[in-house]
Design a protein around this ligand. Structure first.
Ligand code: KDG
Ligand code: MG
Length: 405
């Protein structure tokens, strides 16, 4: 009784960066929130939701989370892809939020209850040179993190993924203009990366987990060489070594090293993950709650991964809103094979819009015990931050050929 969806609205707000949110309201006045943000292509998902999904939601039973997922996925006929799956993910997440609020329970309880006391978190550190990177790593360690992603400048390249440009904190999406063009060359990166990572291992000692993200840039044989060269550094993982569409590339990397491999932040369904999981080509699957169809679908991906000894580690960048992070934490607290949560934080202005129940202490996150996801959105504050078009950078090699960013 009272669980019929009476309205659903899309909220686009830009507190420091663009977020697309879905608010679902039931006839008895409960409100559930989902995140539908697709960095650099935000309004496509806003339109998919507003024009095609919201009219289907009104009048449905909010408790029928699984039926609604299947209805939106199978019912559209056109399946998969980041726009469709971010829209479905937002609906699914909002319905779980509503179910938790209706039950008076945090979502992790509805997913089976806690399987751990806290969610192991990794933070980002970056620097153009060794000194700057060490200072950044040390700040993270002082904050209590025991797992740190390290990204570094490369001599000969004037912009690299994961390292700030100018005085601004690292934020790749440029607002109000076309995409920034970054130059890429594999050879200088491959010469520099193993030494840069080894120097950080020497600095932190054996007990800190180190991660590194290659952001899909290497060819298969380059990736195999890097994974082999960094083997003695004992990384927690090496992320996205090759473009995500070419699953066979990771077999080559696998054959040449025991460096753990992570991939999947651009995957949108279990079908994108299946081959890599079944073939045993990876160690961590990074599909995000928002981009891969919501809590229901990412739990399914984690279950498939578990069959193959692979652990889940959903993507958690600042370009997904605190609603995504909260949902990811409820999943991580209640899912046996979630290994770690990326915790990049959000721009200061975002905290004016989102009130969150999740907490961080001593290297671990917890989603909190408020009913639902534990995130509320201040709509008056959201209006103060209007949308501005933003683009992720594009990469070109030194001769001007477009490369993977
Ligand atoms: O929008 C793109 C970002 O989400 C991505 O560049 C972040 O690779 C990323 C990560 O691992 O957080
Ligand atoms: Mg990444």
């Amino acid at each position: 009784m009272g669980s019929m969806i009476s309205s659903a609205d899309v909220v686009v707000t830009s507190p420091g960066r663009n977020y697309v949110l879905l608010r679902v309201t039931t006839e008895d006045g409960l409100v559930g929130w989902g995140d539908a943000t697709l960095n650099g292509r935000e309004l496509a998902v806003a339109s998919y939701l507003r024009d095609h999904v919201v009219p289907l939601l009104v009048g449905r039973d909010a408790h029928r989370v699984e039926d609604t997922w299947q209805y939106l996925y199978r019912g559209a006929y056109w399946r998969r892809g980041p726009v469709t799956m971010a829209a479905i993910g937002a609906v699914d997440t909002a319905l779980w939020d509503l179910k938790g609020k209706a039950a008076g329970l945090p979502v992790y309880q509805l997913l089976g209850g806690a399987v751990r006391e806290g969610v192991y978190a990794y933070a980002h550190a970056f620097g153009w040179d060794h000194g700057e990177l060490v200072a950044s790593v040390d700040r993270r360690l002082a904050e209590g993190f025991r797992a740190v992603r390290v990204q570094f400048g490369v001599p000969g390249l004037d912009a690299v993924y994961g390292v700030h440009l100018g005085a601004a904190a690292y934020e790749p999406a440029g607002r109000g203009r076309g995409p920034l063009v970054e130059r890429w060359a594999g050879a200088p990166y491959l010469r520099h990366a193993p030494g840069a990572l080894a120097a950080i291992r020497d600095h932190v000692g054996p007990d800190v987990d180190l991660l590194h993200d290659v952001h899909h840039r290497l060819t298969p044989v380059e990736a195999a060489r890097l994974a082999k060269d960094v083997e003695p550094i004992r990384l927690f993982w090496l992320e996205d070594v090759t473009p995500a569409e070419n699953h066979h590339a990771l077999d080559l990397v696998r054959q040449h090293s025991t460096t753990p491999l992570a991939i999947g932040e651009t995957f949108t369904t279990i079908w994108d993950c299946q081959e890599l999981l079944v073939r045993g080509s990876i160690d961590y699957i990074r599909a995000a709650v928002t981009h891969a169809g919501g809590l229901s679908h990412v739990r399914r991906i984690a279950d498939l991964a578990a069959l193959h000894g692979v652990r889940a580690a959903p993507h958690g960048p600042s370009d997904l809103s605190p609603i995504n992070l909260a949902a990811s934490l409820h999943l991580a607290l209640s899912t046996h094979n979630v290994a770690i949560q990326e915790y990049m934080g959000h721009p200061g202005e975002a905290h004016e819009v989102f009130r969150t129940a999740y907490t961080y202490a001593d290297g671990y996150l917890h989603p909190g015990d408020e009913p639902g996801l534990g995130v509320e959105v201040d709509l008056v504050a959201a209006e103060r931050f209007p949308y501005e078009p933003a683009y992720l950078p594009v990469a070109r090699t030194v001769d001007g050929t477009v490369w993977d960013w």
